[in-house]
Write a protein that binds this ligand. Structure first.
Ligand code: TRP
Ligand code: SF4
Length: 371
């Protein structure tokens, strides 16, 4: 049976279990205990939202042996940065606080070629929407490398060209589907260079590199792993480790997506407006208050619950309370939304206060391409 992940698609992944079965991604649960020997795992990890991994044992080993390790991630500068995007950066900050060196690729080559965005717009978005929000969320500038894919060093570009020799069209079609244009092909080889380049001597030499991504990005990781194997002698590359997180459900029930403002909460949404989006959101509740009291709601199917579990409630006990109050019908959706709205307004107001100074800093931490 065929099952393919599409990194450019807009589908909701419903069956995360298939990823274990078909692609050999392992449950993150299994390494959670090991990680907790070094640090309290991030709430996204404790709650199973980061659900899978490959080779995370390598990160544990690095922690055990006090060896350096790095995080590599990429951002797609299209649309506004919303809560769905925030999940990656929350993890990046967690690892940075653990001592990891951080590499962040701005996927402007991919945005231009595949998403067909204009250069000046995507450069501005990358810095003012994404990088600035990252800094305001707490990303530190120490040990941080943020770069545009079109504006980096020659050792990185050399990788893209060398990689092209050891990748076949058949393999790319199997990973990405039939309609492969040159722009897509170059984008995926570029992403492999993103993932593998921190190991080169020029970037500090070999270290364990972990790539935390949304589950749809796994094809890129499989390709990068194969490429690493093929260049293990020539360039000394090793396979990257990776973790996979679930997507957030949009407030309207689809995937949280920049193309539908009602589906997301942007980090720069006016707090009051964002509060209104919560009040209009779909829920996992019953049709009437009476039924809700009798039958209880379905937090596991509720976008409002997700906003709390993924972002707003960091205390596990408090979240568990919410869960059971909903399940047992003690809490009705109107009241639950009103509380969520309050939490969200508080978070956004504080975040946006930090964002002001982060905007200036954002232009300083990354070299801006001149066209
Ligand atoms: N393709 C990613 C996206 O659509 C962006 C990206 C580029 C990336 N390079 C990366 C993600 C390296 C993880 C690792 O969002
Ligand atoms: Fe969702 Fe809250 Fe309603 Fe439960 S009570 S279904 S968590 S909005």
């Amino acid at each position: 049976m065929e099952f393919r992940l599409d990194p450019w698609g807009s589908e909701v992944i419903r069956e995360y279990n298939k990823l274990f079965k078909f692609f050999g991604i392992k449950p993150f649960k299994e390494v959670l205990k090991d990680l907790s020997r070094f640090v309290e795992p991030h709430m996204l990890m404790r709650r199973g939202i980061v659900f899978g991994h490959r080779d995370f044992e390598e990160v544990i080993k690095a922690l055990e042996n006090h060896e350096k390790f790095a995080i590599l991630t990429g951002l797609m500068p299209s649309g506004r940065m919303h809560l769905g995007h925030k999940m990656v950066i929350d993890q990046v900050i967690f690892y940075q606080n653990l001592g990891a060196e951080i590499f962040i690729a701005i996927a402007d080559a991919e945005a231009y070629a595949v998403r067909k965005l204009g250069r000046s717009e995507l450069i501005r978005l990358a810095i003012e929407e994404y990088v600035a929000n990252y800094l305001a969320l707490g990303l530190k500038t120490k040990n941080l490398h943020i770069y545009f894919q079109t504006n980096y060093s020659r050792e990185y570009y050399r990788l893209i060209q060398l990689f092209s020799r050891k990748v076949s069209m058949a393999e790319l079609r199997a990973l990405y589907g039939e309609d492969l244009e040159p722009g897509k092909i170059i984008s995926v080889l570029t992403q492999a260079a993103d993932i593998l380049h921190p190991q080169l001597k020029h970037f500090g030499g070999f270290k364990v590199v972990l790539v935390p991504v949304g589950a749809d990005q796994d094809p890129h990781l499989r390709l990068s792993r194969d490429i690493a194997d093929r260049f293990s002698n020539e360039l000394g590359l090793r396979r990257p480790a990776s973790t996979y997180h679930r997507f957030m459900t949009g407030l309207d029930g689809g995937k949280m997506s920049s193309s539908r403002p009602e589906s997301y909460i942007a980090l720069t949404d006016d707090p009051e407006e964002a509060g209104k989006k919560i009040m209009r959101s779909l829920t996992g509740g019953q049709a009437t208050a009476e039924e809700q009291r009798k039958l209880g709601g379905h937090p596991e199917k509720c976008p409002v619950y997700e906003v709390n579990a993924y972002h707003l409630i960091s205390d596990d006990r408090e979240l568990e309370n919410l869960y059971w109050e909903c399940r047992t019908g003690k809490l009705l959706c109107g009241e639950c939304k009103a509380r969520t709205r309050e939490r969200l307004i508080k978070f956004l107001t504080e975040h946006q206060r930090r964002l002001k100074s982060a905007r200036e800093l954002a232009y300083k931490v990354v070299e801006v391409p001149d066209f």
